[in-house]
Design a protein around this ligand. Structure first.
Ligand code: TYC
Length: 106
């Protein structure tokens, strides 16, 4: 953490240090949503390739999404989460599956 700075002299004016209130950057959950058309095997491949899961982990997460309607794939800083959503969506569309991948603040 940065500590508050000493007053700086600049052109004869004393500038008081700003109050330093640093919040940690928000994190975002990346979620898959269930649908009736995307093959289970395809969802498992997505979880392996984009979220670095083992076949076993990927199968557990895929089945949770299938049964409960949605499930968390991972939790990331905003830019990383947004990139995952774009990449998964592009990959699914390229294979003509309607798989939905979304992010929400954690
Ligand atoms: N419900 C799909 C099926 O029965 C499988 C599926 C799982 C689809 C997870 C999307 O995010 C999903 N083929």
């Amino acid at each position: 953490m940065m500590s508050p700075r000493k007053p700086q002299r600049e052109g004869g004016v004393v500038l008081e240090p700003q109050k330093v209130r640093i919040k940690p950057p928000p994190l975002y959950k990346v979620m898959l949503l269930n649908d009736d058309f995307t093959p289970m095997d395809f969802v498992v491949v997505v979880l392996e390739n984009f979220f670095a899961m083992s076949r076993e982990q990927a199968t557990v997460v895929m089945l949770r999404v299938h049964r409960e309607g949605k499930g968390v794939c991972g939790i990331f800083p905003r830019d990383v989460a947004a990139t995952k959503v774009e990449q998964v969506t592009a990959f699914a569309r390229r294979h003509q599956h309607p798989l939905a991948c979304v992010m929400e603040e954690n």
